[in-house]
Design a protein around this ligand. Structure first.
Ligand SMILES: Cc1ncc(COP(=O)(O)O)c(C=O)c1O
Length: 391
């Protein structure tokens, strides 16, 4: 048999999704892959029930149903004060996962370079490989996950750099970039003529006093920013696979073509049902923030009581917990043991860092109170069960 593709030969499976399988295997409470264990808003699921009878059930327009794009443009305009043309500037995709892939394929030639902050969401590494690009990593330095402007400039000015990926709010470190930080990135992007591809899936999951600033809304950034986003986290519909790209008409036009050949389109009935969510008023987003602020306080309060060290997020719903005290040198093994012995699923921190980091694990709190309490009860025994050499 001939050799399979070289491009994908170095791929492992996703560590995040692997941890879900391992959690299921041991009956662990799965705090690894970030998805809620509560239902989406009832208005959306009620509408879905109606759509099941009424349709649509056939292909929608490849770049997204008209009413979905119009509702999305209005929502985005409301929150970012940017004028969005629903016909020329939006491409609806199968999750922001596809949005990012389509954006990367639209921007990159084989051999181009892409700047990525580390720690980073695992998919970006694979996306660069699939689009033929090479990643250059710039560290975000704990505890505040700040970057060094000179280090960033040194990366952005390298020959062949085409784009920077910005995950804001960030998975896994929970960083929300300040206006000043975004201005530094924006100025460098303009100086070196780079695209900024944003991943803003946690735009509405923020903790006071942090605010989400859209990179595209900064002066001179609209035409060079490609927004990747989705409904997954905002409306608790991670399984619906509804995402989107927002970009200038020239870029969106290219993304439309890539998307058309990748997937043809997002699921028509789900787009139809989700329009209800896109037209929710401000109250919905306020309650969402209250919900996650409560979950964060509950969860990190419990971690503090147990005496674990962790990062407190400014946005998104992840916590990096320091596991140095347990003596493991392999964080993947730690996470497998944690699922097996303690009954809690977590992601090894090394899967997010370019640097040699293996003293962190990532857990999320997008769960009901009862689930979080049960996870904390189990974690209360962590010191009895997890010191290396203990079976
Ligand atoms: C930063 C980030 N981007 C993208 C995704 C995937 O989003 P989607 O469900 O829209 O593909 C996730 C999921 O956890 C994420 O954390």
């Amino acid at each position: 048999m001939k050799e399979l593709s070289k491009r994908t030969a170095s791929f492992t499976d996703s560590v995040i999704r692997r941890m879900t399988r391992i959690s299921n295997q041991y009956g662990a409470i799965n705090l690894s892959q970030g998805f809620p264990d509560f239902d989406p808003p009832k208005e959306i699921t009620d509408r879905l029930a109606k759509v099941a009878e009424e349709g649509p059930h056939q292909y929608a327009l490849t770049w997204g149903a008209q009413n979905f794009r119009e509702a999305l443009a209005a929502k985005q305009e409301h929150f970012s004060s940017m004028k969005i043309d629903p016909d020329r500037e939006i491409v609806v995709t199968c999750g922001s996962t596809e949005a990012m892939m389509a954006a990367m394929m639209s921007v990159c030639n084989p051999g181009d370079k892409v700047v990525i902050f580390s720690p980073f969401y695992e998919n970006y590494g694979a996306d660069t490989i699939l689009s033929g690009a090479q990643p250059i990593y710039v560290p975000l330095k704990p505890p505040a996950f700040t970057f060094d402007g000179d280090e960033l400039e040194a990366a952005m000015k390298q020959e062949g750099v085409k784009a920077l990926i910005l995950c804001n709010p960030s998975n896994p470190c929970g960083k929300v970039f300040t206006r000043q930080e975004l201005m530094i990135i924006a100025d460098l992007a303009k100086k070196y003529d780079l695209y900024v591809i944003t991943d803003e899936v946690y735009e509405h999951i923020l903790y006071q006093p942090n605010e989400h600033i859209y990179m595209a809304s900064l002066p001179g950034m609209r035409e060079r920013t490609i927004i990747c986003n989705s409904l997954s986290k905002t409306y608790s519909v991670t399984g619906w696979r509804l995402g989107y790209v927002i970009a200038s008409p020239e870029i969106a036009d290219r993304v439309k073509k890539v998307h058309d050949f990748l997937t043809v389109g997002a699921a028509a009935p789900l787009m139809e049902a989700a329009v209800v969510g896109l037209t929710f008023g401000d109250d919905y987003y306020r309650k969402l923030q209250e919900h996650y602020t409560h979950a964060k306080e509950l969860f990190i309060g419990g971690l503090k009581d147990i005496g674990l060290n962790f990062t407190e997020p400014q946005g998104a719903y992840y916590v990096l917990v320091d596991i140095s005290e347990f003596g493991y040198t392999d964080d993947q093994l730690f996470c497998e043991d944690l699922a097996r012995k303690v009954g809690v699923g977590a992601v090894p921190g090394s899967s997010f860092f370019k640097e040699d980091v293996n003293h962190l694990i990532c857990v999320h709190f997008a769960k009901q109170d009862a689930t979080l309490k049960e996870a904390l009860d189990r974690l209360a025994d962590i010191r009895k069960k997890m010191f290396i050499g203990r079976n």
